[in-house]
Design a protein around this ligand. Structure first.
Ligand SMILES: Nc1ncnc2c1ncn2[C@@H]1O[C@H](COP(=O)(O)OP(=O)(O)OP(=O)(O)O)[C@@H](O)[C@H]1O
Length: 627
């Protein structure tokens, strides 16, 4: 790790002057920078070069992405997480393949234009041979994490950049890609290196967990409280205890252990003994003489891996399924494709969006394409379960668990999702006490019914949806942070209807689906295109269905067939929910209040205009449904 004191721009300019003069290790230069300059100078590069040609064309980039599909699927959630952590700092998070070609990029809009000018974008190769000394190039050449600051970059055009990169390795230790954080901050960003290292370890651990469907995974750490953190070692062994693979921590612990090595080379005692013991944690000694706490994860508890084989079939079907969810909006199409790739790997999804943006429809399509599409899709509306019954409803109960309980007990919704997908709708409304229980179920993949009895193992894919800003709720202590991170392997945002590029196409398609004979007058079309759509797809659907029913037979849908809300010449509700940090629920509330005001306090009419039920409107506005 780069532990030099922070140095200013002038010192780095001085470092550059010395490097240009041929100094191999000028004082203050980052590790590996001097050696890298030597390599690139030997290769004949000159600092004034512009490496515009080291760029894949669209077809080659597509091929590179397909070749690295597995890496991308596991890395995308991490790119997303890292980006959230550095958002607003004028930076981008990049994923490169094993040759240094950038495959994916998540970045601040403000930094996008500047970084594009030097091709810090998908398709560009950032190996040393193409772009001289830079963090991706050095990390690749030296096989370790690297940071390169401003003037330490070899090419003059890149000297405004500050970059940190680290290799991502397969379980055998080979480099399969690189994770990089780059920005245009003038000062050194020491934490960036720590972030990319953590991100790369997360990706590697996720890939290892999905690599061997039949394996037994042994997670270990000398300190029990640090099990489950990035510091834990992970060893995958087969049923006979033979080593299949180790994660990076375990590789550094058991140096030079090859796959196929017996259990006795790892731990004292036998695998059978370990399997008979407590799966939560047991103490055992490693052959290196350290006592560690081990958590055993058996094959049925880590069902993510079989999804890997199904991913390709899912990909082929996805175009069809997703074409129902949009009418050519490229941003929606790409969001869904990314979600599908990640979900196919057994990674949980969190879908965010205002009410009626199609979160449940998207969940259905993703389930149909997902790794457990043969199993059921079980939807739980977390806002609608009566609080007193919530535990029993979700986790089931044993016979006689409480007054009024069925004599035969009940499985509960989570258990019903076994082998399929659990869809937790309106997750932001789940009470804190239930969040704690749900977290345990997700972590341990077993359910303890209300009233006791033995825990029952359960295996499901997980999708959650919300119209709250969950990250803000976490910051305010209203939602458990550990549960939030478990739920959002990947966070996707469904856009509001008014911001979609395919509104016109959706209108035509809704009409054609409802009544292929129906047409739309030009004025009516203009009204529909100009409306603010606070109720989003649900409202559009309701408006068109009603208009088709009202229109005079044989005549196109006209302005008179549209509801009053579209006619009222009210200014659009200020509803700029574009920013990721905006509170969707606050925006939604403003819309609902505006609709109630527009209908002179008539809740039924306001609810109809929004395309939601009256009780939903009452609930969302925090008023009891007393009428
Ligand atoms: N792709 C679509 N094509 C046609 N209609 C759609 C589509 N997506 C959503 N709708 C319409 O919008 C309605 C609401 O969709 P959905 O329930 O998925 O939204 P949501 O975001 O989950 O809403 P809420 O947050 O209120 O639960 C659907 O019942 C349907 O009428």
């Amino acid at each position: 790790m780069d532990d030099r004191p922070l140095s200013g721009r002038e010192e780095l300019v001085d470092v550059r002057r010395q490097l240009l003069a041929g100094d191999v290790s000028p004082p203050g230069a980052a590790d590996g920078v001097g050696a890298s300059w030597q390599r690139v100078q030997r290769a004949g590069l000159s600092p004034g070069l512009c490496a515009a040609d080291a760029m894949l064309d669209a077809v080659s980039l597509q091929l590179a992405r397909e070749e690295n599909e597995r890496l991308i699927a596991f890395a995308l959630p991490e790119l997303e997480n890292l980006h959230q952590q550095i958002a607003g700092s004028g930076s981008a998070v990049l994923l490169a393949d094993a040759h240094g070609v950038i495959l994916e990029r998540q970045g601040d809009p403000g930094f996008r234009e500047r970084s594009r000018q030097v091709a810090l974008s998908p398709g560009a190769c950032w190996g040393e041979g193409a772009r001289g000394t830079n963090a991706i190039g050095v990390a690749l050449a030296e096989g370790r994490c690297a940071s390169v600051h401003g003037p330490e970059h070899f090419l003059e055009c890149n000297t405004f950049l500050t970059c940190a990169a680290t290799p991502i390795r397969d379980p055998g230790g080979g480099i399969i890609g690189l994770l990089d954080v780059s920005g245009d901050q003038p000062a050194r960003q020491l934490h960036a290196l720590g972030l990319v290292r953590m991100g790369a370890r997360m990706i590697e651990n996720r890939m290892l967990a999905a690599e061997f469907p039949e394996a037994i995974y042994l997670h270990f750490h000398a300190r029990p409280e640090l099990l489950g953190t990035l510091g834990e070692g992970i060893a995958a062994v087969d049923g006979d205890g033979r080593l299949l693979a180790l994660n990076a921590v375990a590789r550094s612990h058991f140096a030079n252990l090859a796959p196929g090595t017996g259990f006795e080379a790892l731990f004292e005692g036998s695998l059978e003994h370990l399997l008979r013991g407590d799966s939560i944690s047991q103490m055992i000694r490693t052959t290196t003489g350290i006592t560690v706490c081990v958590r055993v994860i058996k094959p049925q508890q880590h069902g993510a891996a079989h999804s890997v084989h199904l991913a390709d079939a899912g990909h082929a079907r996805s175009q069809d399924q997703f074409s129902e969810l949009h009418a050519g909006d490229p941003a929606v199409a790409e969001t869904l494709q990314r979600a599908q790739r990640v979900f196919a790997r057994g990674i949980p999804l969190l879908i965010e969006g205002e009410t009626g943006t199609g979160k449940e429809w998207a969940a259905r399509a993703l389930h149909a394409l997902g790794p457990r599409s043969d199993g059921p899709l079980v939807t739980v509306n977390c806002a609608a379960i009566p609080e007193g019954l919530a535990e029993a409803e979700l986790f089931g109960y044993v016979p006689g668990a409480f007054t009024g309980a069925s004599a035969s007990g009940a499985d509960g919704r989570v258990m019903e999702a076994n082998g399929g997908t659990l869809f937790l709708d309106e997750i932001g409304d789940m009470p804190l006490a239930l969040q704690t229980r749900l977290l345990r179920v997700i972590q341990e993949r077993s359910v303890l019914p209300v009233g006791g009895g033995a825990p029952r193992e359960v295996d499901f894919s997980l999708i959650s949806a919300t119209n709250c800003d969950l990250a803000a709720m976490v910051a305010e202590g209203r939602f458990r942070a550990d549960l939030y991170y478990r739920l959002c392997g990947l966070r996707i945002q469904l856009p509001s209807l008014r911001s979609r590029a395919d509104l016109a196409g959706l209108i035509d398609r809704f009409i054609a689906d409802e009544d292929p004979q129906a047409a739309l007058s030009a004025v009516a079309r203009e009204k529909l295109l100009g409306h603010h759509w606070p109720g989003n797809l649900r409202e559009l659907h309701n408006v068109l269905r009603t208009a088709i029913a009202l229109r005079e037979p044989g005549r196109p849908i006209d302005i008179a067939d549209l509801p009053e809300t579209l006619m009222a010449n009210t200014a659009p509700v200020p509803l700029d929910v574009g920013g990721a940090s905006d509170d969707l629920r606050a925006a939604e509330r403003r819309c609902m209040e505006a609709a109630v005001a527009a209908h002179d306090g008539n809740y039924s009419a306001a609810a109809r205009s929004l395309g939601i039920s009256r009780s939903t409107l009452y609930r969302r506005l925090g008023r009891g449904d007393n009428g």
